[in-house]
Structure formats: C-alpha cells, structure tokens
Design a protein around this ligand. Structure first.
Ligand code: ACO
Length: 275
C-alpha cells in the first residue's frame, strides 16, 4: 500500500500503512518556501486530509534540510518588487497553509531531518508533535540578515521556550542542534538521524491505534485552551467532549468502558481499547 506523487512537484506524498509522509521537495534550494510551494501546500493538505490511506501526517523535507525558511529571493525580494498586494498575497498563502496544518483533521508530526531556519519554525510549530534528528540545526537566522522573526516565529518561541531562552535565540541567531531543541521544548525529542524515521513511525503507530475523532478533539482542545481562562476552558472542554460524542458514530467511549468493565479485555491505564 505505497504510492508516491510526482517527484518533480514542490511536495511529495508517500502513503504507507496509515501514514502520509509529506515532504517539502525543493532539496536543491534546501526546501526554502517560495510562493509556489506555499500555494501548492494547500493542495497537499487537502489531499492528505481527504485520503483514507492517511491517518497520521508526517511533515519532513527532502535532502539535507527540513526547510531553510522563507525563500529570500522569491518570497521576499521578487515578491516585494511586485508591490504590497503581492506581498499580502504571499503572506496569505504561507500563513494560510501553516494555519490549516495547525488545525488539520488528522494528527501531525514534524520530522526535522536537517536545517530548520526562520519561517520553518511555523510549520514545525503547526504540527502536533515534533521529532528531530540530533544532527538537525535550528536557528532564528532573521537577525543575521536584518529582520525580526516574523510569520509567527517570535510568537512560537514565546510559546514554547522560556523568555530568557527565546530572547537569546531571537537576538543572537545562534543555531542549536536537535538535542538542545528538545531540551528547550521546540521538539518533543531528538534521536540520531539514522533512527529518525523508525522513531517517528513508532509514534505514528501509537496514534493510529486511537479513536480518530477523539484524537482530533483532544488536539484541538489543547490548542484552544492555551488562550482561555480556567473557567472558560473547563466549560469548553465539556462542550467539546459532547460534540465529539455526537461526531463519533462508533460510540467509542461506550465501547472503551464496555471492554474494560464487562469484557475485562484490556486496562485503559495500560493500553487503548480494541477498535
Ligand atoms: N532562500 C533562498 N535561497 C535559499 C535559501 C533561502 N532561505 N536557503 C538556501 N537557498 C539556496 C541557495 O541560495 C543555493 O542556491 P543556488 O544553488 O542557486 O546557489 C541553494 O539553496 C543551496 O544552498 P547552499 O547555501 O549552497 O547550501 P548549504 O547546504 O551550503 O547551506 C544553509 C544550507 C545553511 C541552509 C544555507 O543555504 C542558508 O543559510 N540558507 C538560508 C537560511 C535562512 O537564514 N533562511 C531564512 C530564515 S528567515 C525567514 O525565513 C523569514
């Protein structure tokens, strides 16, 4: 059950046993994001969201980079030369696919295989989970060429790191490896590059065992409560669970209770119910 989309496109999708491996595919340009790629990624997300072969999306990069950030030539210089409307359009396309990715119907994992600079922090953050190679290099390099980390990057490090750490990387543009990125909370964990795909596959397989309606509810709930007061969150979580009960036509939670209490076939503290 493996299919791959055209290899000359700016993205590639390979379906393999429940996982859609979605790769940015401009390896010669270190997968930096130009307006074409940003526009096409909307199609890529439409595709994986609708395809039943995909239960988990892994976002990664072809070649030596995850992504070298925005394309300084095409996204900045050439777009700016076309005027402010072209700039806004380019921003809509890039911010738009990152937002789509953040709220995708299916769980997402960023597999950071190499260089990850500037604007690449946005798709990294948009993914629900992130695993890096120890060999990967992360950096807010914006300061090195004269801009502040925009496109969400400043907000992202404010959300994920301590204030001291975030300010340090914003102002110095210093790179960090995978292990440091994990220590600071930018990714969940870091493993040697040779083991990266195997580790991501393991995590994806765990997610694939879960009830997909519950996974979508749980990830959205977590992302929504970040900006809520405690009382609003408490109420929202009740309502969101009730919506999930309605959406889950398999009535998974009743089945989960039945297999534990009546059938005694599993223990929820130790594993998932059988779907
Ligand atoms: N924008 C435009 N072109 C890029 C970018 C980019 N962000 N990154 C790489 N490229 C191009 C290079 O110009 C080069 O093109 P060429 O073959 O036509 O000359 C090609 O990709 C390969 O790049 P090299 O620099 O030769 O690759 P190398 O492996 O030696 O270095 C590295 C990789 C460190 C990622 C380097 O390319 C680099 O510093 N890129 C820019 C990273 C960056 O700061 N991005 C912007 C972040 S800020 C933001 O996103 C808003």
């Amino acid at each position: 059950q493996q299919t791959t989309s055209a290899s000359d496109d700016v993205y590639k999708i390979e379906y393999d046993n429940g996982v859609a491996w979605l790769s940015l595919n401009r390896p010669d340009k270190r997968n930096c994001m130009n307006p074409t790629l940003n526009a096409r990624m909307h199609d890529a997300l439409d595709e994986v969201e609708a395809d039943d072969r995909c239960g988990v999306v892994v976002l990664t990069g072809e070649g030596s980079a995850f992504s070298a950030g925005m394309d300084l030539k095409e996204y900045f210089r050439e777009t700016e030369a076309k005027g402010p409307l072209a700039v806004r359009r380019a921003q809509r396309d890039s911010y738009g696919w990152w937002r789509r990715l953040r709220w995708l119907e299916k769980p997402t994992i960023a597999m950071v295989n190499g260089w990850c600079f500037g604007g690449a922090f946005a798709p990294l953050y948009a993914c629900d989970l992130a695993v890096a190679a120890d060999e990967a290099q992360f950096g807010l390099s914006e300061i090195n060429w004269g801009i502040l980390p925009g496109g969400g990057a400043t907000k992202i490090v404010e959300q994920l790191m301590t204030q001291r750490q975030a300010m340090y990387y914003i102002l110095t543009g210093e790179m960090m490896g995978g292990k440091k990125a994990a220590e600071l909370g930018l990714v969940n964990e870091s493993v040697p590059l040779a083991e990266l795909k195997t580790r991501v596959r393991q995590i994806a397989d765990v997610l694939l065992e879960k009830n997909p309606v519950t996974v979508k509810a749980a990830k959205d709930a977590f992302k929504r409560v970040i900006d809520m007061t405690y009382d609003n969150a408490e109420d929202y979580l009740v309502v969101r669970q009730e919506a999930a009960n309605f959406l889950d036509k398999t009535e998974g939670r009743k089945e989960g209770i039945r297999q534990f209490i009546d059938e005694k076939s599993y223990k929820p503290g130790l594993s998932s119910y059988r779907r």
